[in-house]
Design a protein around this ligand. Sequence first.
Ligand code: HEC
Ligand code: HEC
Length: 210
Amino acid sequence: MQNFPTSFLALAMSAQVFAGDPPAMGRVLFQNLCAQCHGPKGEGSLLVRSPSIAGLPEWYLQAQIDNFQAGRRGFHPQDPEGQMMRAISKVLNPEQSKQVLEYVSQLPRQVQGATIRADLTVGREIYAGRCMECHRFNGEGELAFGAAPLVGLQDWYLASQLKKYKNGMRGVLKEDVNGQKMAFSSSFIEDEATLKSVAAYLLTLSESIR
Ligand code: HEC
Ligand code: HEC
């Protein structure tokens, strides 16, 4: 019994250190629950088709975890990547989600090399005419519109998401207001060649953060 108060105190203190240092808890959660798919630096993986999430802003990360948890993303039977991420999102409670996302947002961004070869001209024109107003001239996104940052993401991932918006796998549910805005915008990308050109062009915006 003599020892009880001191060990209790030590435990309480270490819990407090943890509670007062969310990145520490966030790191543990990230390494255990996310790194196997998103990579140890959050750099993403073509093999599992996971995006490079390192350094994305917390508001966007949280919005997407909310979308996965609520089934606004990852609901389509022909969207295995979304379904996988939706399943994982469900193990996070709100506190854990806040901690892990704060950690992810503080990781340095990771830019991957090009996997899509395409003429950038069409992509540049489409971006200036149809995308820039929401995603901004440098592709950094815009909190006020909920518009995702596009820099840092892989070209094949950007292409896959544009396809999902076009094919009714993302941004279709009634309550998904931001997703619907984006699904509408994706309709200006008319064919596969245009889509490749847009995705290839978007990767060039990442030069600014390399
Ligand atoms: C089993 C593999 C797997 C695990 C584990 C996993 N993810 Fe994912 N995650 C994915 C895939 C695949 C996607 C792409 C989904 C798509 O194509 O719509 C994704 C997408 C995301 C996105 C959306 C990014 C964007 O740009 O819209 C976020 C945010 C995310 N994951 C965070 C996490 C966090 C945080 C963890 C740990 C708690 C985690 N993921 C664990 C596979 C995984
Ligand atoms: C009206 C504003 C608006 C316009 C215009 C717009 N977007 Fe978006 N975009 C958004 C919003 C909002 C989101 C986040 C939607 C969500 O939560 O699913 C988004 C998401 C995205 C994503 C997903 C990023 C990720 O990490 O998964 C890509 C890729 C994208 N936009 C590309 C484009 C391209 C290319 C264009 C031009 C053809 C475009 N957007 C035009 C508002 C817009």
